[in-house]
Ligand binder design. Structure first.
Ligand code: DAH
Length: 354
């Protein structure tokens, strides 16, 4: 192999060994650069006789062209490899399933809460909302709950270290019952304002409301949580009785549990704000809970003192109230046996309700 051929070979090998475009340019300089081997050979021709110059020059030119061709081929190969690597790195498989965030959904207690609202709404009940930090008057006193009643004890009630303008201590409401007073007072005021404006309706429209919301008690086990949910019901008019209460609550239960196959009973009880008072029990006549009496609400005829605290005459107005636990209804409806599951926020549990 002559000297020129071996130069072409070593150039080709040097180019092949260049892993990057920068390496390749360095390798190129060794052969085609100002002081590269081809350039040096050209310079060396100056000393040759004219005849030899011609043949030698043509041979060097051929070698130079071969080196340039090898260089360009390697340049192209490196560029192709770079493009392939980039395409590979940015590969997009359009057949893969998309990465979504998941749809999310309502918490089972929120679902139960919404059911309660829409069922009572469909029976003509307004839905009201009220404060969770409540004062002593609304939470206890106005509800005929005497100052030394056990429900007021420190063991049951979260007190807030603050009094209102009248010196009333604040607490976290222990039930939704204060909404009976708040709603009725606002209703009576609204009616009185209409009368003042010269458009008195014949009689005050009946009060028919439910008030769902968070409630708080110092209590915690499988069936009690320090924060829980209740809804209060109130129906006051001139001629409302226990039969209305029974029909209303029975219809609610049938709609809530989506079965007509259940029985409701009143069990005598005591609440300061009702007289007489009753617990409401229901029993499913079929299904996994069949035949067991389940307590679902406290209820009663609103006590005359409470009616008076609403700004109404107990000789004229009468009605009933009830209070029920949303969490307990959700447990029964969904067959959940530990209340704490609702508050652990384990997605595996929660996603079952979607
Ligand atoms: N507030 C009661 C409780 O939390 C439940 C209750 C009982 C509400 C009787 C009522 C009622 O409106 O009439 O235990």
């Amino acid at each position: 192999m002559n000297e020129l051929d071996s130069m072409v070979d070593s150039a080709t090998a040097a180019f092949a060994g260049a892993a990057t475009p920068a390496d390749l340019e360095n390798a190129k300089a060794l052969f085609l650069g100002k002081t590269g081997r081809v350039t040096e050979l050209m310079k060396g021709m100056a000393a040759l006789p004219v005849e030899e110059k011609k043949t030698r020059g043509a041979a060097i030119n051929l070698a130079k062209q071969a080196i340039e061709a090898a260089l360009n081929a390697r340049r192209q190969a490196l560029a192709d490899a770079e493009l392939q690597a980039q395409l590979h790195a940015e590969a997009l498989d359009v057949t893969l399933p998309g990465r979504t965030r998941g749809q999310g959904g309502l918490h089972p207690i929120a679902l139960a809460w919404e059911r309660v609202e829409s069922i009572f709404n469909s029976m003509g009940f307004d839905v009201a909302d009220g404060p969770e930090i409540e004062n002593d008057w609304f939470n206890f006193t106005a509800l005929n709950n005497p100052p030394n009643h056990p429900a007021r004890s420190m063991q049951d009630t979260f007190y807030v270290d603050m009094n209102d303008e009248q010196g009333q201590p604040y607490c976290l409401r222990t039930h939704t019952s204060p909404m009976q007073i708040r709603y009725a007072v606002a209703h009576v005021k609204k009616h009185a304002a209409a009368a003042v404006a010269g458009t008195p309706p014949e009689t005050m429209p009946e009060i028919r409301v439910i008030a769902p919301g968070r409630t708080y008690r110092v209590d915690s086990d499988a069936t009690h949580s320090p924060m829980f949910h209740q809804f209060e019901g109130l129906w006051i008019g001139e001629n409302v009785n226990f039969k209305d209460l029974k029909v209303t609550f029975l219809n609610f239960c049938k709609a809530f549990f989506e079965t007509g196959d259940l029985t409701l009973r009143f069990r005598p009880s005591y609440f300061p704000f009702t007289e007489p008072s009753a617990e409401i029990d229901i029993a499913f006549n079929s299904g996994p809970l069949a035949g067991r009496w389940l307590e679902v609400a406290g209820s009663g005829q609103v006590h005359p003192t409470v009616v008076r605290n609403m700004g109404l005459d107990p000789e004229k107005y009468i009605g009933f109230a009830f209070g029920s636990g949303i969490d307990r209804l959700a447990m029964l409806r969904y067959g959940v046996n530990d209340l704490r599951l609702f508050f652990e926020n384990d997605v595996r549990f929660l996603s079952q309700f979607q």
